[in-house]
Design a protein around this ligand. Structure first.
Ligand code: FEO
Ligand code: CA
Ligand code: CA
Length: 674
């Protein structure tokens, strides 16, 4: 969990809505499901035996730097990595994985760890030049102009899109990487919190957004990026973009700088994302609220103020104080600017000239990601969550159908359909409730004036429908092999606290410190269905903790895990889970874990990768052949400062640099099964 994630969760009071509480439901459901019996007293048994499986010092030394192919530019250094060898702490049993789980790393370890037989190389670091005219990274002389042409900060989502377009190539492609937020205290020497210079602020704005970078793999399985590629592109906090769908004509999108309401500047806090079936990327604007300030200056009778409050716009100064230099971040001066954020943004990595589009049918909230499934009818379902305590899980279903031979038509699919919010029933069933203007409570009598108005106020509409309040929804992703949908709830330490919603069937633990994973089966395996069934797949934590559950697998054989966040699936449908917050929950570094969801190994969770001090692990992404795995190492060294660092990853010098790494098997085999 990043410092900023933690802070913003204290700003929002997301139980302001009316959604149900489920104490009775929990009790009935727990009576029915034996695996939950141990959770009834979960809050009383959170005695964590941190580091119960202490790391073994079995390092085999640093990996070698990858060879590079002209004319590409590869990072000059490769991060120190430990390949765990000998005496694995947990034997590989009952799964099709061939690696042995690595021991977890203590939260102070500033070195990555992978299983024996695997190698790690740094591919893209914050500040690496992406265009021919981009300068090399210069810690002491960073400028906004340079940053706009360099790889951004705090990489999160990673998408690999093969080249040529439409192929399933694994040796050449475009890497699309989100840059969620900035840590100015780590980026700039001499940074003064609360009193930044304009140059620092403008560098930060350009360090946000998205990078598109062409990469290629050589015969040895080593990756490098192509600095001269025509595809390389940065989207930042100032990039021109437009907006579509029902909210696009809303009065509240107009500002003094943009009376049209459709000439948007920039995308911010791009956390996770998803690849569409037609080869574009839809990037999530997550904690957008934190860039705005001074809501208290807006009169109480202004109807926008209550909406901004529901979204957590700060009452006074913002954390980064961008409003000092840019009026658009001041909610008193520009009360509509923040309505232009909190959306999902579609970009076409194959077309560097495309103007990105904010797709309002996907709703406005703190988007974690958008992930895609094609229904039997050809309609496209988009799963997405609102990552804050007691917020909701959503699904958009298109009106039109996917056409594999008409990419331009597919790119209009996001502009017509219906947005739904999830309600989890006590009996293991669930419903997708439509956020349809004029239906149920979503009427003018209740303050909703149009479909666009419903979407701008998505959170309030979901409150009115009585959706189920969740434990911080992170990735919500369909498994292309077994068709089930995996919904990751990262944690919610407020669950059950006084004045807050108590445990329920789908969020069964009070003061949920470790997070859980819900497995949803859409009725008829139809992603467009409006009803579903669900199970708890995993209750995370130290397996020695009685409140944990790993799909019924023998807990003596699983790795400890907390704060699940981003997920992906390999070609066999195994679930891979990256974490964000283990250092707080378990005193361990974040990592990447693999777990089968079918067969005798179902629930056999094993740690595959461990990250460095202060970081979280994001973006797990395989190449189509599953022989390369990309990970984003976000905010290495968070918790320290430039002057008092806790990490010098990846290069052994200051500052630490958020980076994308590539993992391969020494024998060139499939990751996890080499
Ligand atoms: Fe940026 Fe919900 O993680
Ligand atoms: Ca996330
Ligand atoms: Ca995260």
């Amino acid at each position: 969990m990043s410092i900023y994630d933690d802070q913003e969760k204290d700003i929002v009071r997301s139980n302001a809505g009316r959604g149900e509480t489920f104490a009775e439901i929990m009790q009935r459901r727990m009576n029915r499901r034996s695996f939950l019996r141990g959770t009834a007293t979960a809050s009383a048994v959170f005695m964590i035996s941190a580091c119960s499986q202490a790391p073994t010092e079995t390092a085999t030394g640093p990996t070698t730097a990858p060879a590079t192919d002209a004319p590409t530019t590869a990072p000059a250094t490769t991060a120190p990595t430990t390949a765990a060898t000998a005496e694995p702490t947990m034997a590989a049993v009952a799964s099709d994985f061939t690696f042995s789980a690595i021991p977890p790393s203590p939260a102070t370890k500033d070195e990555t760890v992978v299983p024996a037989g695997y190698a790690v190389a740094t591919l893209l670091r914050w500040g690496d030049p992406l265009t021919p005219d981009a300068p090399e990274f210069d810690t002491n002389n960073q400028t906004a102009e340079a940053q706009a042409k360099q790889f951004g900060y705090n990489c999160d989502f990673i998408g690999f899109l093969p080249l040529p377009e439409g192929s399933s190539a694994s040796d050449k492609g475009l890497l699309v990487v989100n840059h969620e937020y900035t840590n100015p205290e780590l980026m700039f020497p001499g940074y003064t919190p609360g009193d930044p210079t304009q140059e620092q602020v403008d560098v930060e704005i350009e360090a946000h957004g998205v990078s598109v970078v062409e990469i290629q793999r050589n015969a040895q399985g080593e990756w490098s990026y192509n600095k001269g590629s025509q595809y390389n592109r940065r989207l930042t906090g100032t990039t021109p973009m437009t907006i579509s769908g029902p909210a696009a004509d809303h009065e509240w999108l107009k500002t003094s700088a943009d009376p049209t309401g459709k000439d948007i500047r920039g995308t911010l806090n791009n956390c996770a994302a998803g690849k569409t079936p037609w080869g574009t990327v839809i990037s999530a604007e997550e904690n957008f609220h934190q860039y705005f300030a001074n809501l208290d200056g807006l009169p109480d009778d202004d109807p926008r103020k209550a909406v901004h409050k529901r979204y957590g716009i700060p009452a006074e100064a913002s954390e980064r104080v961008w409003e000092k230099y840019h009026d658009r971040f001041d909610a008193t001066k520009e009360p509509n600017e923040s309505f232009r954020h909190g959306w999902a943004v579609e970009l076409d990595p194959y077309d560097p000239t495309m103007t990105p589009v904010k797709r309002t049918w996907l709703g406005r909230f703190r988007h974690e990601a958008q992930t895609f499934g094609i229904a039997p009818s050809g309609k496209v379902a988009v799963y997405t969550g609102d990552d804050a305590r007691f917020e909701y899980v959503y699904k958009f279903v298109t009106s039109g159908t996917y056409n594999a031979s008409d990419r331009q038509a597919n790119m209009r699919l996001m502009d017509d359909g219906m947005l739904y919010v999830a309600k989890f029933n006590d009996d293991g069933t669930g419903e997708w409730l439509p956020l349809e203007f004029g239906k149920g409570p979503l009427t003018e009598a209740n303050g909703f004036t149009s479909q666009g108005d419903v979407l701008i106020k998505t959170r309030l509409a979901a409150d009115a429908l009585g959706a189920t309040k969740m434990d911080r929804p992170e990735d919500i992703e369909p498994n292309p092999v077994n068709k089930k949908v995996y919904m990751v709830m990262t944690n919610n330490s407020d669950r059950g606290k006084e004045g807050k919603a108590g445990p329920d069937a789908a969020n069964p633990r009070a003061e949920n410190k470790f997070g859980h994973v819900i497995e949803v089966t859409e009725d008829g395996d139809d992603y467009a269905a409006t009803t579903f069934t669900w199970e708890i797949f995993m209750l995370c934590g130290d397996p020695e903790d009685d409140s944990t559950y790993f799909a019924g697998f023998d807990k003596s054989k699983v790795s400890p895990i907390a704060a699940p966040d981003n997920v992906t699936f390999d070609l066999k449908g195994n679930l891979w889970i990256a974490t964000d917050g283990q250092s707080g929950a378990l005193k361990l570094n974040d990592g990447l874990f693999a777990v089968p969801v079918e067969g005798p190994g179902r629930g056999h969770l094993q740690q595959f990768f461990s990250s460095v001090a202060g970081s979280e692990v994001c973006g797990p992404e395989f190449t189509p052949d599953n022989k390369s795995l990309f990970l984003a190492i976000q905010h290495p060294g968070e918790g320290g400062t430039f002057e008092e660092p806790i990490s010098s990853w990846p290069d052994g010098v200051q500052p630490a640099r958020p980076s994308v790494i590539a993992i391969r098997a020494d024998n060139g085999g499939v990751i996890g099964q080499a």
